[in-house]
Design a protein around this ligand. Structure first.
Ligand SMILES: Nc1ncnc2c1ncn2[C@@H]1O[C@H](COP(=O)(O)OP(=O)(O)OP(=O)(O)O)[C@@H](O)[C@H]1O
Ligand SMILES: [Mg+2]
Length: 255
């Protein structure tokens, strides 16, 4: 509730303004929206740069002389850096922009199966095999695109944690959360694991040990899960592996 500054008149007729700073909004929100605007402004020129460098590369044809080969290498480097900035920017927007959330009924096992089948090539790139155990029918209310992204982020993290290959187990089960029926989506890897001290840090933006990673995957995942009234649990042991569990309140049954 906004309250106007209070004016009081002391004995000598001077107006004294009393102001309680707690009624101000948090400046962090202003910074976040300014940063969001900045990122929006940068996005368009960046995609022009990306397209232009792509066209130059296509028009260049084969590089025969050493000079042409140098130019080609530099152009390719420019393009990969541009694409990296584009990734940083779109992840940043995903983390900070206010989200319009749909409230659909989502069959969780079906959604997880779709995430895996649509991304199987990327997931199984480095000798990782995925084992999926669907649960009995359990639905949640929410936004399928957000949950799709959240599940995919955990799966990709699990794969990155196993650079020499391994097994990724994805399970959907019924559970209880805060005394109510809930659905858990568990992603278990046999990868490098995370130390006890590092676990709270990995949910902060820009914390990353992955090559080419932005460090925005987990903060975005946690944000999306929280928007659904859920949470994420982490269990991990260095050199043994990690288990990330997304817990979502189950859809209320109509009775
Ligand atoms: N399953 C996992 N096993 C081991 N470490 C993990 C796992 N998941 C996350 N981490 C650690 O947490 C860090 C942050 O993860 P996060 O998903 O936020 O960023 P990222 O994967 O590095 O980059 P990206 O923005 O591409 O997702 C990772 O760099 C890694 O150090
Ligand atoms: Mg990630």
């Amino acid at each position: 509730m906004k309250t106007a500054p209070e004016k009081t008149t002391k004995g000598n007729d001077r107006a004294v303004t009393a102001f309680d700073a707690s009624q101000l909004g948090s400046w962090e929100q202003d910074v976040a929206s300014l940063a969001g605007m900045l990122v929006h402004e940068v996005k368009n020129p960046l995609s022009t740069l990306n397209i232009s460098s792509q066209l130059i590369l296509e028009e260049m044809g084969p590089a025969d002389t050493p000079k042409e080969q140098r130019t080609l290498r530099r152009l390719e480097m420019m393009q990969s850096e541009i694409q990296r900035i584009e990734k940083i920017i779109s992840s940043f927007l995903q983390l900070t922009k206010p989200q319009k959330m749909s409230r659909d009924s989502i069959d969780v096992s079906r959604l997880v199966e779709e995430v895996i089948s649509r991304n199987r090539e990327v997931i199984e790139l480095d000798g990782v095999s995925v084992l999926f155990q669907p649960g009995s029918v359990s639905s949640v209310t929410g936004d399928a695109a957000m949950l799709h992204q959240a599940i995919l982020n955990l799966i990709i993290n699990g794969c990155s944690a196993m650079p020499n290959g391994g097994e990724l187990l994805v399970r959907v089960m019924e559970t209880r959360y805060r005394g109510s029926p809930a659905v858990v989506i568990e992603v278990t890897d046999t990868g490098v694991g995370i130390t006890e001290e590092a676990i709270p840090r990995i949910f902060r933006p820009y914390v990353s040990t992955t090559e080419g990673g932005t460090g925005l995957g987990l903060p975005t995942t946690l944000r999306f899960v929280r928007l659904h009234g859920g949470t994420i649990l982490v269990e991990s042991e260095p050199e043994q592996g990690s288990r990330f569990s997304i817990i979502l309140p189950a859809e209320e049954s109509e009775s």
